[in-house]
Design a protein around this ligand. Structure first.
Ligand SMILES: [Ca+2]
Ligand SMILES: [Ca+2]
Length: 296
């Protein structure tokens, strides 16, 4: 292996003798690390070797001094590749490295959609791609049998299936909070809430607020409020708005979270404070949810 020794000596720092001994020790240490490395770690080392060899810039030289993935990694990777691969194939260049040259940088993922037309909530959870979303309910009162079920549209004027949130005869001014939790951080989350309306005679007015960090990108014509706990989205004239039909989009709001986030909440309040007793259920719909997961 004269060629390998010559290369080690050539690239080692310091005097020929001292540098050679140092490089041999480094090669022994790093060699054992390399041999214990996972395939992904080996790819990283090879990538660093390629970068350092192909671009002997000041940056690359700093990188070489940076440690495990530095100067001696270049030597050791090349040594071990020569030993591993068939003799006569000089400096085997792993082509795959080019595509994985920066494994430490997360690849950007495409947006995914939880589409209620093609999936459903099972045991309170739904998985799309690499992300599981879980929905839980807490707070006052109970849900109806339709609560947290996927139902057929139209709802909010959209002829698609949707996730129903429905409170059973909700006491005045009380709230239920629905928490949506993602198994990994997501960004660019967007969805709509349908059917924010009222039936004064049955003692309920929908009031909807979201956990902080959202922006409302579309607010229905019959709505007022900003979507915070202090100012929930609600019908501006509930007695006039009344109970919107499923084909009516005026009680919809669309919100977005830039994120990244792992959870958000929808707080659903009966904001009615009048004298009528509560005799009906209040319900809203949650549309498909679109987001970019942090890993693909
Ligand atoms: Ca859909
Ligand atoms: Ca409603």
């Amino acid at each position: 292996m004269a060629a390998t020794r010559s290369r080690v000596t050539l690239k080692a720092r310091g005097s020929a003798d001292g540098g050679s001994r140092f490089a041999e020790r480094a090669a022994g240490f790093l060699g054992s690390r390399y041999e214990r490395a996972t395939p992904g770690e080996r790819e990283y080392l090879r990538a660093m070797a390629d970068v350092a060899e192909a671009r002997p810039s000041a940056w690359a030289l700093r990188e070489r001094r940076a440690g495990f993935a530095g100067e001696y990694a270049v030597l050791v990777v090349r040594q071990l590749e020569r030993r591993t691969f068939a003799k006569g194939i000089a400096w085997s260049v792993p082509v795959v490295v080019a595509a994985n040259a920066a494994p430490a940088v997360a690849a950007s993922c495409a947006a995914v959609t939880i589409d209620w037309d093609t999936t459903t909530l099972s045991g309170g959870a739904v998985t799309v791609g690499t992300t599981t979303m879980r929905v839980t309910r807490a707070g006052s009162g109970s849900g109806t049998a339709n609560d947290l079920t996927v139902r057929s549209g139209p709802m909010g004027g959209v002829n698609e299936r949707f996730l129903q949130l429905e409170r059973a005869t909700p006491a005045k001014t009380t709230s239920a909070t629905y928490t949506f939790t993602f198994s990994q951080p997501v960004s660019n989350l967007t969805f709509s809430v349908y059917d924010i309306d009222a039936t004064i005679g049955s003692g309920w007015i929908d009031g909807i607020s979201f956990s902080s960090g959202f922006s409302a990108t579309s607010t229905g014509a019959t709505l007022t409020g900003t979507g915070t706990a202090a100012s929930p989205f609600q019908p501006s004239q509930p007695a006039t708005t009344g109970n919107l039909s499923g084909s009516d989009a005026r009680g919809n709001v669309t919100v977005s979270y830039a994120g990244p986030l792992t959870s958000f909440t929808i707080t659903y309040t009966n904001v009615y404070t009048g004298t009528n007793s509560v005799s009906g259920n209040q319900g809203i719909g949650v549309s498909d949810l679109t987001f970019i997961p942090s890993s693909c």
